[in-house]
Ligand binder design. Structure first.
Ligand SMILES: Cc1cc2nc3c(=O)[nH]c(=O)nc-3n(C[C@H](O)[C@H](O)[C@H](O)COP(=O)(O)O)c2cc1C
Length: 163
């Protein structure tokens, strides 16, 4: 059985509830980055989630604990990222924090999985996007909360194919 960990940062609860849904699909409990330790970054598949705050910044608790990711040894491990953002109110920095987490995880040697199509979203730019793909799962509870559960369900199935 693969060791899967889900680590998230959330200010108003949107990323927390997405993390709980994703973690439940893998039969684990999501870990709030506020309570995370270095040991939590040791997993066969590390799933990292952050909402975006400020203008394209990591969620505050992630910003405070980003050193854990920057020092994690992820060589030979899989990582996947998800993000919560507002594609209408922050169209130019939509889900940027997810892109920041992806870059850092790759920088530590992880193989990133779980990329998704960015077609059908209404943003104009995102550091989490390359071509017409997001580096992970982009969620938007501000504008499209009705799509969140089905997006999570499809993404979890996509991730499970790698395990
Ligand atoms: C002050 C403020 C700044 C924000 N900045 C961004 C942003 O740059 N990009 C984005 O996609 N969403 C942005 N958002 C939207 C939040 O990421 C979104 O509401 C998210 O669902 C919050 O998730 P959380 O409750 O897990 O923290 C911002 C929201 C606020 C209130």
């Amino acid at each position: 059985m693969a060791n899967v960990k889900v680590i998230y940062g959330s200010t108003t609860g949107a990323t927390e509830s997405a993390a709980a849904e994703i973690a439940a699909a893998f039969g684990v409990q999501a870990i709030n980055i506020s309570n995370a330790t270095a040991a939590d970054f040791q997993a066969d598949l590390l799933i990292l989630g952050s909402s975006t705050w400020g203008v394209g910044e990591l969620q505050d608790d992630w910003a405070a604990k980003i050193g854990l990711l920057e020092h994690a040894d992820l060589k030979g491990k899989l990582a996947a990222v998800f993000g919560l953002g507002d594609q209408s109110g922050f169209a130019d920095t939509y889900c940027d924090a997810m892109g920041i987490l992806a870059q850092k995880a790759k920088g530590q040697g992880a193989t990133l999985i779980g990329q998704t199509s960015s077609e059908g979203y209404g943003h104009s730019s995102s550091v989490a996007e390359e071509g017409n793909m997001f580096c992970g799962l982009a969620l938007d509870d501000n504008n499209e909360s009705e799509k969140t559960s089905s997006r999570i369900g499809a993404w979890v199935e996509q991730l499970k194919q790698h395990l």
